[in-house]
Design a protein around this ligand. Structure first.
Ligand SMILES: [Zn+2]
Length: 149
């Protein structure tokens, strides 16, 4: 499998729209792998929980209007449900026929508290990737200037 390098970003004279530089699948994959969906750079985080204000490579701003990140919360909740379902299935199969329900319950509570914390930033890049896979025009937007930031 070929190693993909991040898009070098806007090069002087390169007038190709960002939406034409990648396929919807590439943009989605970039977001799900925690990279900038526009250029593929992993220089997107300020820490464990937060995205930078803009991509460190292509300067695409991650600031969005109020309510935009609701989609990432949906992805986060779906991830919690998925992880809990897998955990529960494995627990039941491992302990069958004497399933330790109390252990599974308390372990499941801890898991359901940890998964959203661990996946918080990932859910944001995944949501960005999913969004721009379907709305490539978003890649050309300069949210910073639009919102007056
Ligand atoms: Zn970028």
């Amino acid at each position: 499998m070929a190693t993909r390098v991040p898009d070098p970003g806007p090069v002087e004279g390169n007038l190709t729209p960002w939406g034409a530089r990648s396929t919807p699948g590439e943009r989605f994959r970039r977001g799900v792998t925690g990279a900038c969906p526009r250029c593929g750079s992993h220089d997107v985080s300020d820490g464990f929980f937060t995205l930078k204000d803009a991509c460190g490579s292509c300067s695409w701003t991650f600031e969005r209007e109020e309510g935009y990140w609701l989609g990432s919360m949906v992805i986060l909740m779906a991830s919690v449900l998925f992880c809990f379902g897998v955990f529960l299935a494995i627990g039941i199969i491992a302990f069958w026929p004497d399933v330790a329900w109390t252990t599974l319950t308390y372990s499941g509570i801890v898991l359901n508290l940890l998964v959203p914390i661990v996946l918080y930033r990932w859910a944001k890049t995944a949501w960005l990737g999913l969004h721009v896979a379907f709305v490539p025009a978003e890649l050309e937007q300069d949210h910073a200037s639009r919102s007056g930031v």
